[in-house]
Design a protein around this ligand. Structure first.
Ligand code: AMP
Ligand code: ZN
Length: 472
């Protein structure tokens, strides 16, 4: 039994895929107007853990992700400037240059923390005809209206627009209050834009022809369209951060189900935010802490993954350098422990299965990744041989993706490099001493002997030549 918290039903429930053993999954991708901060990356790490846990439990997951390169305005409630235009202005570049640069930067960090790439990655700007088609159908079905040049979704046509019901009118009011000005074209406050033509911002860089005039799509339509395009009319799991619940996912459901005429996605998986000591991390909040920046400061991106996996996806996680440093220490210890394991014979299959079952149970129980890590520690302490422990580390890493075996190998290599360096130094010192003796410079010869002694190395002159050993 695989369970996780389904935001739609507001409880932890058993996951049942529509097709036996197969899972279709959609995840909202990044808005590529700026770097993805380590908070964004937390969301993608927890989604990766979900996918790999489902796979560990025997499912085959197909995952689709969009890249938001148009239509996401600075407020999620359809007001403000397009974030991409904002980014282009800030950096004196074109929107497409910005999109390319930040998409590449995103995937560099996405990969560095051990995430598996989605099966399909689709930039929104690839799918303009599909967006237009969906808007046309929504207009035909009378779920949408044209006002002031824009096309809006009419939320009053739905019996239950607030499907997640944890957010109600009050939250929407906050959304409106926060914004520059209210859109007078909307029939209802909750209505949202499907297609913009009369943007307040004349300098919108990307525009396409449409039946309603030259313009660009709203943000929410992207995800509805791209997911249906690649996964069909029904989907198993839709993922995002908790900030996506409203209005983004609420609007996606409104559009998709009105367009399709039937329920769309059964499970909604939301992971909580990474906060810093001053509150939620956000791209628009000054300096952006990225995985690449962590790397530049000498932190292993996989230690950051370890940091995320140690806490539950539904809890907010507070980032501090101290917390990260503690995790780095724990990660290094773990790597060292694994590096000490030797291939010492046959794997004990009974013990291996016993621990694999415990691990599967942990990740299948509302994605309890910290419990899964505890199972790993328990396995390393188990009364069994090293070969079995190594097999378990390899097996658990299919989900954890901490590259413990690779890092342990690198640590062993580094250790043997030190030995090689030491050997080279001793050989050189012995040669220098021989030269000094040949030149009858006994003072230098003795100084070299003492230099070696100070490093714990004893040399002896024998009939076969000079030999050395470590001081006892
Ligand atoms: P964006 O690029 O802003 O569209 O966000 C990409 C993903 O990161 C979305 O799924 C957001 O829900 C998620 N996200 C945004 N802020 C945070 C945060 N502070 N911590 C974790 N995830 C976040
Ligand atoms: Zn989305």
């Amino acid at each position: 039994m695989f369970t996780f918290y389904n935001t739609l039903d507001r409880r932890v429930e058993e996951f049942k895929s529509r097709e036996d053993g197969k899972v279709s999954m959609y995840t909202c991708g990044p808005t590529v107007y700026h770097f993805a901060h380590i908070g964004n990356i937390r969301t993608y790490i927890m989604q990766d853990a979900l996918i790999k846990s489902l796979e560990y439990a025997g499912y085959d997951v197909k995952r689709v992700m969009n890249i938001t390169d148009v239509g996401h305005l600075s407020s999620d409630a359809d007001t403000g400037e397009d974030k991409m235009v904002e980014g282009a202005k800030r950096e004196h570049k074109t929107v497409m240059e910005i999109a390319k640069f930040y998409t590449d930067a995103f995937f560099k960090d996405f990969d560095a923390v051990g995430n598996k790439r989605p099966d399909v990655i689709e930039p929104a700007t690839n799918c303009i005809p599909e967006f237009i088609h969906m808007v046309e159908v929504l207009l035909e079905k009378d779920y949408a209206y044209v006002a002031g040049g824009n096309v809006y979704f009419d939320t009053s046509k739905l019996k239950n627009y607030y499907v997640f019901s944890s957010v109600e009118q009050d939250d929407l009011e906050i959304g409106v209050r926060d914004d520059v000005e209210e859109d007078v074209n909307k029939k209802n406050k909750a209505d949202f834009v499907l297609w913009f033509t009369k943007s307040k911002f004349e300098d919108q860089a990307l525009k396409w022809d449409s039946p309603w005039g030259v313009g660009y799509p709203g943000w929410h339509i992207e995800c509805s369209c791209i997911s249906i395009k690649h996964l069909g009319e029904y989907m198993d799991i839709h993922c995002g951060g908790v900030d996506n619940i409203f209005p983004h996912h609420t609007n996606e459901i409104a559009q998709s189900e009105s367009y399709l005429g039937h329920p769309w996605c059964k499970y909604w998986f939301h992971s909580n935010h990474l906060n810093d000591q001053s509150g939620k991390m956000s791209k628009s909040k000054g300096a952006i802490l990225t995985v690449s920046l962590l790397q530049e400061k000498g932190y292993d991106p996989l230690a950051y993954r370890f940091f995320c996996l140690q806490s539950h996806y539904r809890k907010p996680l507070v980032f501090s350098w101290e917390n990260l440093d503690n995790t780095v220490q724990a990660y290094n210890k773990l790597v060292k422990r694994v590096s000490e394991l030797k291939e010492d014979g046959a794997v004990d299959e009974t013990v291996k299965t016993e621990y694999e079952d415990k691990f599967r149970e942990a990740v299948s129980n509302d994605l309890n990744t910290s419990m899964a890590i505890t199972v790993l520690y328990d396995a390393l302490k188990a009364d069994t041989n090293d070969a079995t422990k190594l097999a378990l580390v390899k097996s658990f890493d299919k989900v954890l993706s901490l590259d413990l075996i690779g890092h342990a190998g690198a640590l062993a290599d580094a250790g043997s490099n030190v030995d090689t360096e030491l050997e080279a130094y001793i050989t050189d010192a012995i040669a220098r001493r021989a030269e000094a003796k040949k030149a009858k410079d006994y003072a230098t010869a003795d100084a070299i002997r003492n230099e070696l002694l100070a490093k714990g190395i004893v040399i002896k002159d024998t009939r076969e030549g000079v030999v050395w050993e470590l001081a006892k």
